[in-house]
Write a protein that binds this ligand. Sequence first.
Ligand code: PHE
Length: 450
Amino acid sequence: MANNQQPRDSFGTKLGIIAAAAGSAIGLGNIWKFPYITGVFGGGAFLVVYLICIALIGLPVMLAEFIIGRRGQKNAIGSFKALAGDSKWYLSGTMGIASAFMILSFYGVVAGWTLDYVIKSLTNTFAGLSPDEIGGVFGGLVSSTWTPIAWQILFMILTGFIVVAGIKDGIEKYAKILMPILLVILLILDIRAITLPGASKGLNFLFKPDFSKLSVEAVLSALGHAFFSLSLGMGTMITYASYINKKENLGITALQVTIADTAIALLAGVAIFPAVFAFGVEPSAGPGLVFITLPNVFQQMPGGYFFGILFFSLLSVAALTSSISILEVVVAYFSEELDFDRKKATILATVAITIVGIPASLSMGIMSDLQIFGLNFFDTLDYISANILLPLGGLIISVFVGWRLGRNNVRDEVTSGGKYKAGYIPVFLILTKVVAPIAIAIVFLNGILG
Ligand code: PHE
């Protein structure tokens, strides 16, 4: 690997790394998507499968990405090339760039809704509305033409601005301050939610598995969502790990990020499902679930006006610390492999992704007739990226680290050259060589063909 350029930008502190990686992982996936797909797929049983996917596949794949990125010291494609020369492995990075494009284009749309909800909360739009009317407000927003697009564009501009500023002074600085505040707010909402009348119904729905409700489709979605939520399978963690100092303990970092991400998803579930039942919203209401249930909760709590504003602001921030990590995958690739300067790379990627996002936004309104295999354009982007590209990327990453990189490289990287103990390596290798690839392949083939 020719490394004669300037030293690469990097994370400044240990806390910064965790905040940035957790900031990437924790986002709309946890607070918007996790509750709504859990609702669609029937609750507790889906949660159990999701947790199994996180532990047996997500965690090892996260460590695998960390190893590839820190050892390769490059973007999602360049790191494979650095470690495996010109052999075809780098194509998994190419697929990752495609996933980044697709994910960020619909992610920007949902993030735009959260910005709109900040203003709706500020102007007290939900005051005195019935649960049905609150549902109508959401429907009205997503089906209109210009408003959501304007918010989406604004959000994408914000994302581009932070990415241009680079790692330490952009991504790290904001993530460190804002993520802890989100946690506190979520805890307060949890307390309100579980003290609502009839809260136990919601908690039962989330925590009492009924495996008879589990479909093949649900299992594929649980796997896909494990990848989506942990930001895996497209090179985000490869790219971020390339900015991690050689002295950091990668195994511990992967574990901490995984636990933080899962905890936030569960806390979001606990905030939302009791409210779903208390206010008579259908758990399977789909993408509107958080946007409909939580404004109801805010109405029912002292200081709800204030908490509503704070919650949607922080949700926007959580979306932002994730969207920058998605954009960074593309920008790092454009600037390192194609030699664009960082600014040009950022502008180009941001504009292109925003444009793809526009039909995604319109697909809930004037373009809803455009259906691809029965899904609108928004859902198609979501389905192909999360349920197909990310698991496939994860499979390749797992096989690469397990079989191609080999034990000695893995040991050297996770122990930082002998500095740390890593008794888990044999287990990690079994998971990456055998368990994760086979499990992904089975779920995948069943889900796609079945
Ligand atoms: N993990 C992010 C979330 O949960 C989304 C994301 C997916 C980020 C893939 C990076 C890569 O919101």
